[in-house]
Ligand binder design. Structure first.
Ligand code: UDP
Length: 496
């Protein structure tokens, strides 16, 4: 963002007031901070619900919206971690030490219902006109019904994966499938699609996950619509089909990351960067445009140390320049030992390792970056699309496998590294799913100078051009965000 002013509020009527309730996980919160800016830039008022620990991480965002004079207010609610058996201060999914605590975390979130309701009731001078809630906060449904205002769902999925989720869940597609590797044809999908049970989100073995997912999806069915961080021209067929299948209005308002227009706000996005950006930018400035491979697996995926070593060896063998982000976490010391034992020396001047949080958006947008090895989280995928950078897809869990299909089979802007199954969150299994040879082959295929790789690059650049068109004045997402604000404002002025 170089955030632009305080927006053009609707004349003659009360300003629409959006209450944004993000899941406390960086992959869910970050796009909602972008959403808050966009809504406010277009004239709405925003209350952004958070908790103390998360508010501290949002300091950069708070400073940016303040500097731009945007009507965005952070609302901090006490997070009852200890009451639900979580360590004190455990207020974000990336702080959970064991998957067995996931349910505790979700219950602590649900306990925010009462304080949020009380806060919203107090807002008599500017009552909320609409809640945009993360799908996982199923408990916001009751608040919206009680206040008589619409609740829109934000899942963080693209249209393609939202539709797969909807069909596979509501039709119990994988229920009686015995062989996990059987290819199952997904009927009701607008284009031919075959999936295996081995790569579906149910494989993400968290206790009670199925039960809680049912709650998310039941509330989604009752919601008044969906907001998605995608754009019409990228996946028209799937967005329209999702809308027809669910019989709900889908507001495609992305790519929301395009609200960031300068390095400062990009660097402040999400957590504080773990390193000084200057040497990385200097290095990127010094290398050939389009030559660097950027490797990052988002904020939650737990790649095993063995797999990380294998990935590093593959990058080394490819002989291509790279920036590799290795998340801070319990396993980092094990990898650290290996990195220090010759790897960093061998790849000196050609490969850079970032330990911890990287300013991903800023790096991806640098002209030196020509390939992105991604876990296919939707934010990373859409950020790659906006940067016009072709991808090597390495899904770990959840809908990431479906995003891979969109990238590789539909948009044809990437190559698969060849992942066969889910990497379980918090799993201790010492698995290597992808060999160094597979990494080397994928990197060389993507960065190749031949015709096939060039065509992939051209398609990726074309997607980036379309993304910008959709986002800026006169584009589909630009219009959608205005229509969304207008509709919610009108409902409010008409008395609900
Ligand atoms: N991200 C970042 N720096 C990092 C890791 C992640 O800025 O070191 C950002 C990334 O740009 C994206 C988000 O965190 O906006 C991750 O979301 P995504 O949906 O890609 O994956 P998740 O973390 O939810 O698995």
């Amino acid at each position: 963002m170089t955030l632009s002013g305080s927006g053009d509020s609707q004349s003659g009527s009360a300003r629409a007031h959006f209450v944004l309730v993000p899941m406390m996980a960086q992959g869910h919160t970050i796009p909602m901070t972008d959403m808050a800016c966009l809504l406010a830039e277009h004239g709405a008022q925003v209350s952004f619900i958070t908790t103390p620990v998360n508010a501290a991480r949002l300091e950069g965002f708070a400073a940016d919206v303040k500097a731009a004079g945007l009507a965005v207010q952070l609302v901090e609610l006490h997070f009852p971690a200890a009451e639900f058996g979580l360590p004190d201060g455990c207020e974000n999914l990336d702080m959970i030490q064991s998957k067995n605590l996931f349910l505790n975390f979700m219950e602590a979130c649900a306990a925010l219902q009462e304080p949020l309701m009380a806060y919203l009731r107090e807002q008599q001078r500017s009552p909320p006109s609409c809640i945009i809630s993360d799908m996982m906060h199923w408990w916001t449904g009751d608040i919206a019904r009680e206040l008589g205002i619409p609740r829109l769902t934000f899942s963080g999925f693209c249209g393609f994966s939202s539709l797969v989720r909807y069909i596979t869940f509501h039709n119990n597609v994988f229920e009686n499938v015995k062989d996990e590797n059987d290819l199952i044809t997904i009927t009701g999908f607008p284009t031919p699609l075959q999936l295996t049970k081995a790569k579906c989100p149910g494989k993400f073995s968290i206790p009670c996950m199925k039960k809680i997912c049912k709650k998310f999806l039941e509330e989604e069915l009752k919601s008044d619509g969906e907001v998605i961080n995608s754009f019409q021209e990228l996946e028209t067929l799937y967005i329209e089909s999702f809308e027809q299948t669910t019989k709900k209005k889908v507001w495609a308002v992305g790519p929301m990351c395009l609200c960031h227009r300068d390095n400062n706000t990009m660097a402040a996005r999400g957590n504080k960067a773990s390193m000084d950006e200057a040497p990385y930018l200097q290095w990127l400035d010094s290398v050939k445009p389009g030559s660097v491979v950027f490797v990052s697996f988002g904020s939650l995926a737990c790649t095993t140390p063995q797999q990380l070593v294998e990935l590093g060896l593959g990058l080394e063998a490819s002989r291509k320049p790279f920036i590799w982000v290795i998340k801070a976490g319990a396993k980092l010391p094990e990898v650290e030992e290996w990195l220090a034992d010759g790897f960093e020396e061998r790849v000196k001047n050609r490969g850079m390792v970032i330990r911890g949080w990287a300013p991903q958006l800023m790096i991806l947008r640098h002209q030196a970056v020509g390939g992105f090895v991604t876990h296919c989280g939707w934010n990373s995928t859409i950020e790659g699309i906006c940067a016009g950078v072709p991808m090597i897809t390495w899904p770990h869990f959840g809908e990431q496998f479906w995003n891979e299909k969109l990238v590789v089979d539909v948009l044809k802007i990437g190559v698969e590294v060849g992942v066969k199954g889910v990497t379980q969150w918090g799993s201790e299994k010492q698995e290597v799913m992808v060999t160094r040879d597979a990494v080397e082959t994928a990197v060389n295929t993507l960065m190749d100078e031949g015709a096939a790789a060039e065509e992939t690059r051209v398609r990726a650049k074309d997607c980036a051009i379309k993304a910008r068109k959709a986002f800026h004045e006169g584009g589909s997402s630009y219009d959608n965000i205005r229509l969304l604000i207008e509709e919610m404002g009108n409902r409010m002025n008409a008395g609900g």
